[in-house]
Design a binder for this molecule. Structure first.
Ligand code: 6LW
Length: 543
């Protein structure tokens, strides 16, 4: 497959030695009873929380993964693994102004669907800054960064760009023909199927006019194309059916990177549609060679919960499943099975480092614009400008909610005039928060313009704001439909605990909010300066 080959061929000797049967029977017995890392069931999700539209590349024994981040900054995380199971964020492609449009990008716009590839010592990442700069090529010699400023593929308007090289070194950008950037009116909302141009990667100049490669099998939204050269064929793998429950992955093959392509016999060959599997919406996949020389597809999916599997509180996450080439040269994949990591994840941040942990996100502007780690050592100070969580650029730092059930808390000191607190946010129309000002704590739930709040007078001084995400315990069937219940609470400066409100979590899910991102846990300041310390997150996928 040219992508892996372009990177480096997979080292086989160490794979052979680790996969080889041990010499002594007892070891062999234990080996037989304990699946080798290569054959143990995949953990799934492999990256939990708001990590949609994954792309992966193998470079020797290393794997690099990239995801969409839309209006959040820093943008486009790069994660590293050596086994496709354990992933670590090693950097971000977008870590400074100008790389993306960002500042006034509409919600749902921004960093849509990257493809990460590697060739001759250079990492390439192509992506569309939807409703922003357009289709962009970023490069780096180290996947951890720094990455380039990004060059625009001039005049090519589409999403989900893929990058592949022909045997002659020609660079092909294959993309989905949804035009979000030309502003050309009706064409901006038609879908042109899967298109392709050749491109000068140094300048971004297209070297050919767009050609149409495939419209998919006729399902809606043919998108997320990826080209692979394996054996005698070029494979064109796409998503179709839409990112909702009808999502799936289809494949066609041809003798050249530009086709013509013959659709496979079992498309979509990967989909959860109309099944009761815990993982739904599977699609938008990238094919990768596994450490043991097999194949896997890494894709987006969702974990809808509630009695009718209706609400996905975690949004679109990154999943994996095994795949293979069949004897007649087509792709097949195993069902994507849920296998959450059993251990709880605990995060504590006392804000005593010189810079914010890179998992802290901000909204359309970098946190350096409004956050200080030096004003009060051991605290992060956020300076509000009057923007609330309903506005496009709140003074906010946020981390993804990674688990269905979690406890979150942070100490909030609003001083004499500050207003701010702890929120769970899906987008500016859907968020719940515990807000603190001098002597008053307010719980608030805002859903699609409807808002309700509960206020309580408390002694002056710092307050510990808490959000608990718990399972619904109601006995009525109606109460069993939701994904979770969010408990908004506070511990005042006298040490008294208060439960301010219990709010249904279904309204902060992909199916209701419907915006592309996912839940984040946010520290924010609306006005004045508000200081925070002792952020604590404990999450688990078991109740
Ligand atoms: C992405 C498209 C999609 O570009 O949603 O789920 C868009 N599929 O492929 C944004 O995530």
């Amino acid at each position: 497959m040219s992508t892996a080959d372009t990177a480096t061929s997979v080292a086989t000797t160490d794979t052979a030695s680790t996969a080889g049967a041990p010499s002594t029977p007892s070891t062999a017995a234990s080996a037989a009873s304990t699946p080798s890392p290569a054959t143990a069931p995949w953990p799934n999700p492999i990256v939990s929380g708001f990590y949609p539209d994954p792309s992966v590349v193998k470079v020797g024994g290393d794997y690099y993964l990239a995801n969409s981040t839309f209006e959040y900054l820093p943008g486009i995380p790069i994660l590293h693994s050596t086994d496709l199971r354990k992933w670590t964020v090693i950097g971000h492609v977008v870590d400074r102004p100008g790389q993306l449009h960002s500042f006034d990008i509409p919600t749902l716009g921004g960093a849509w669907a990257p493809t990460i590839r590697y060739r001759n010592g250079v990492f390439y990442l192509v992506i569309t800054d939807a409703m922003g700069r357009g289709m962009i090529i970023f490069t780096a010699t180290d996947a951890a960064g720094p990455w380039s400023d990004g060059i625009v593929v001039d005049g090519v308007h589409g999403i989900d760009p893929d990058l592949a090289w022909g045997d002659d070194g020609t660079a092909y950008i294959t993309y989905s023909g949804l035009d979000t950037t030309s502003g050309a009116g009706p064409g901006a909302h038609e879908h042109g199927g899967i298109l392709q141009v050749t491109v000068n990667l140094e300048t971004g100049a297209p070297l050919s006019a767009p050609i149409s490669l495939w419209m998919g099998t006729g399902l809606k939204f043919p998108e997320a194309p990826h080209l692979y050269h394996h054996g005698e064929y070029w494979y064109l793998m796409i998503a179709e059916g839409g990112t909702e429950r009808g999502h799936g992955i289809s494949v066609a093959r041809g003798s050249s990177p530009s086709g013509p392509f013959e659709p496979g016999p079992n498309n979509p060959f990967l989909s959860a549609r109309s099944t009761s599997r815990p993982i739904q919406n599977t699609g938008h996949g990238d094919l990768v060679e596994t450490p043991d020389g097999g194949w896997a597809i890494i894709m987006l999916g969702m974990r809808p919960t509630g009695m009718t599997q209706a609400f996905s509180a975690m949004g679109r996450e990154t999943f994996i499943t095994s795949a293979r080439f069949t004897a007649d040269g087509w792709l097949e994949a195993d069902p994507v099975m849920l296998n959450p990591r059993p251990e709880a994840l605990v995060i504590d941040d006392g804000f005593d480092a010189e810079t914010l942990d890179s998992d802290w996100l901000s909204m359309r502007r970098f946190a350096s614009d409004f956050a200080s780690l030096t004003a009060r050592p051991g605290w992060v100070e956020l300076s509000g400008d009057g923007s609330t969580l309903n506005d496009p650029r709140p003074a906010l730092i946020a981390r993804r909610q990674r688990h269905a059930f979690a406890q979150v808390s942070v100490v909030v000191d609003p001083g004499s005039s500050g207003v701010g607190g702890l929120a769970v946010r899906y987008d500016e129309d859907h968020h719940y928060e515990v807000e603190v000002s001098a002597g008053v704590v307010t719980a608030r739930a805002s859903v699609a313009g409807i808002s309700q709040q509960w206020s309580l007078e408390v002694p002056a001084g710092p307050v510990t704001a808490t959000l608990d995400f718990v399972a619904s315990v109601g006995t009525s069937l109606l109460s069993q439909l939701t994904s979770d219940i969010v408990v908004l609470g506070a511990i005042d400066s006298a040490g008294t605990s208060h439960e301010l409100a219990r709010v249904d979590g279904r309204y902060l899910s992909q199916e209701t909010a419907a915006s592309f991102a996912g839940r984040v846990l946010a520290l924010y300041a609306t006005s004045g300066t508000v200081e925070f310390t002792d952020f604590h997150y404990e999450g688990s996928d078991s109740k």
